[in-house]
Design a binder for this molecule. Structure first.
Ligand SMILES: [Zn+2]
Length: 432
């Protein structure tokens, strides 16, 4: 972490916070403490871990991904700032979208299924493109870095309990976790709506779709759906005021454009058709949270029957088997998931834990090592530490356990206890 932060902090001291630059979107002069190159490289470094933390890529229908990319690229050609924009669809039911610095944008599957047409998708992407172009996401990342630098100076540990993803993600992924938890200011949100609608108008989309999008958000927020509250609404509070502001701006823009509802339905067909399968999966996750294994099993079987090509469902069935001490079944399910998607850390962690429970220690270590190249987690480091200990490699064991011990979670606590038993001094548990 320090390797990452030190040049940034050094730059901060050298410039004495006085560097000033013209914002390419708003045209206003503003404080800038991070160079454009740093911004882009920070985005690139954290894009992968952030995707992993948020469910990994949606893989069932690659058409959906290319469609979102096409719409995003159409908008980004008129953006006020050229950046290496990228657009991905994440396998996550929570309706959300986010941007890492440098134009690294992600949209969740759960947001796509609430949209009515391509213009509404353009409204989402135009909003996120503005966050990147106007440097909002870079400011967000700076806050995350300063926050972490502060935390480390005091506790010499990464991660804190009030970061939602930190208990799992450790080491180099902690910054991405912290950045995902930063919220934009109200001003940044308004700016993103404003310029995003301008990009829509310039590419032939109907800017009124930004109004209907907000109307949908208001309607859904009234239902108090838990998914919505933890997703987009946490950072983008919907309000009738925002609906009216967007309506006013659409009138000012004075153009009507395409909605492309037909193309949206065609290109999104798989995702829209599979919605019941994901609903069943979400019900299974909820049931597991309530320790209702029977209900979870019933729901996940239903999901698999509806969409057998979804590795997430296979992985979840593996998790159910693992939690009920059936490691052999779990390993089969996780391997099946990996045969469909070899790019998501959770399947490797699960396969590793299942193999470890079966005493296939070499195989377990391979899976777990692979998982931490995608996303370093306390779970994988703790298990790798125990495996190293089992084969008498004390040095490797301590190295892995020390990483796991950074996490303020049950598994972090377990790692600290193992280290204490080994007579290795452990830093005080990080305070959230
Ligand atoms: Zn926003």
């Amino acid at each position: 972490m320090w390797r990452l932060i030190r040049p940034f902090l050094f730059g901060l001291l050298m410039t004495g916070l006085t560097a000033c630059a013209v914002n390419p979107v708003t045209g206003q002069r503003e404080l800038s403490i991070i160079s454009a190159d740093q911004e882009i490289s920070l985005g690139m470094q954290n894009y992968g871990p952030a995707q992993q933390m948020q469910g990994g890529l949606y893989t069932v229908d690659p058409q959906v991904n290319s469609y979102v990319r096409e719409v995003g690229e159409r908008l980004s050609t008129v953006a006020d700032r050229p950046l290496p924009y990228e657009f991905v669809v994440l396998n996550n039911s929570v309706p959300n979208a986010w941007t890492m610095p440098g134009g690294k944008i992600a949209v969740n599957r759960g947001l796509l299924t609430t949209l009515n047409n391509e213009a509404e998708l353009a409204a989402v992407l135009g909003h996120e493109i503005t966050h990147a172009a106007a440097g909002h996401s870079a400011q967000q990342m700076q806050r995350a870095m300063l926050l972490q630098a502060g935390v480390m100076a005091v506790a010499v540990a990464a991660g804190s309990a009030n970061e939602r993803y930190a208990p799992l993600a450790v080491g180099s992924a902690a910054l991405a976790a912290s950045a995902l938890n930063q919220r934009y200011s109200r001003e940044a949100e308004l700016e993103a709506d404003h310029y995003g609608m301008g990009y829509m108008a310039r590419t032939g989309y109907d800017p009124y779709a930004a109004v209907t999008l907000q109307e949908t958000f208001v309607r859904l927020s009234e239902g108090h759906n838990a998914n919505w509250l933890e997703g987009l609404f946490a950072s983008h509070p919907p309000s009738t005021q925002r609906v009216e502001q967007n309506r006013l701006l659409a009138q000012q823009l004075g153009v009507h454009g395409e909605l492309d509802a037909g193309r949206f339905k065609t290109r999104m067909a798989t995702l829209l058709r599979d919605k019941p399968a994901y609903d069943a999966y979400d019900a299974a996750v909820k049931a597991l949270g309530e320790k209702d294994f029977k209900k979870a099993q019933g729901s996940i079987e239903q999901a698999i029957q509806t969409e057998p090509r979804e590795p997430l469902f296979q992985g979840f069935r593996g998790l159910l088997a693992l939690q009920q001490s059936r490691p052999s079944e779990a390993l089969t399910d996780y391997q099946h998931a990996l045969s469909m998607d070899a790019g998501y850390y959770q399947y490797y962690v699960g396969a590793g834990l299942a193999a470890k429970a079966l005493n296939h220690n070499d195989q377990a270590a391979q899976y777990l090592e692979k998982s931490i190249t995608l996303l370093p987690t306390a779970t994988a480091h703790n298990a790798l530490g125990e495996l190293a200990l089992a084969r008498g490699d004390r040095e490797r064991a301590v190295a892995h356990l020390r990483v796991a011990a950074q996490s303020d979670s049950a598994v972090g606590k377990q790692a600290r206890e193992t280290l204490l038993r080994m007579g290795v001094p452990v830093n005080a548990p990080p305070k959230g």
